[in-house]
Design a protein around this ligand. Structure first.
Ligand SMILES: [Zn+2]
Length: 178
C-alpha cells in the first residue's frame, strides 16, 4: 500500500545529513518525538490496565488526550464488546476537546463499524485536531485505513511512535494476519 511509505515521511537518510537546515529540522523532530514518546508511554500504561482474559480476542489498547501539554482524558479497552480506548478517553474528557487537542493511542484507531462504531469516525466528530499513533493494525483490511480516514477528514496524523513498545502490549498480535 502506497500510504505506508508516506507515513515514514520526515525521516531523512544519507546524503542530506550535512545540510544545516535538515540538521535543524531533525532537532525539532527529536524534541517532538520525545514529547510524543512521553505521552505515548502514558497511553501504554493505560493499555496495560486491560486484562487479557477480558479483552481477548481483541488487543489491549490505551489512549490519552492532551491539551497544551496536559493529559485531560484517559482510557483503555476493558472488555470484548465494550467501548474502545479512544472512546473511553473522549468520555473521560467529558466535553469537546479544545482546539489543538491531541489524542494518543497505542494502536491505530479502527476504521470499520463494528458493534461500537468506528473510532476514527468518533475522533473526527469529537473535534480532536491531531492523533498520534503507536502500532498499526496488523490485519490487512485495517492496516493504515484508520489513519487515512482521519487524514481525509482533516485530522493531523503522526504514526510510528514507540511502535515496538506498543506492539509488545499484545504479543503475537503484530504478526497476525487475518
Ligand atoms: Zn475502535
Amino acid at each position: 500500500m502506497a500510504i505506508k511509505k508516506a507515513f515514514h515521511g520526515g525521516t531523512f537518510h544519507g546524503g542530506l545529513a550535512g545540510n544545516p537546515f535538515i540538521a535543524r529540522f531533525r532537532k525539532i523532530e527529536m524534541k517532538k518525538q520525545t514529547k510524543h514518546e512521553w505521552f505515548m508511554r502514558e497511553a501504554i500504561s493505560e493499555a496495560l490496565k486491560g486484562d487479557v482474559a477480558k479483552t481477548s480476542p481483541n488487543p489491549r489498547v490505551g489512549s490519552v488526550i492532551v491539551e497544551s501539554g496536559v493529559i485531560v482524558g484517559r482510557g483503555f479497552f476493558e472488555s470484548d464488546g465494550g467501548p474502545h480506548a479512544e472512546r473511553v478517553a473522549l468520555a473521560d474528557l467529558g466535553r469537546a476537546p479544545l482546539r489543538g487537542a491531541t489524542l494518543y493511542v497505542t494502536l491505530e484507531p479502527c476504521s470499520t463499524h463494528g458493534r461500537t462504531g468506528a473510532c476514527s469516525q468518533a475522533i473526527v466528530e469529537s473535534g480532536i485536531s491531531k492523533v498520534v499513533v503507536g502500532a498499526l493494525d496488523p490485519t490487512s483490511v485495517h492496516r493504515g485505513a484508520g489513519l487515512v480516514a482521519l487524514q481525509e477528514a482533516g485530522v493531523s496524523v503522526d504514526p510510528n511512535v514507540l511502535v515496538s513498545e506498543c506492539e509488545a502490549i499484545n504479543p503475537g498480535f503484530a504478526g497476525r494476519e487475518t
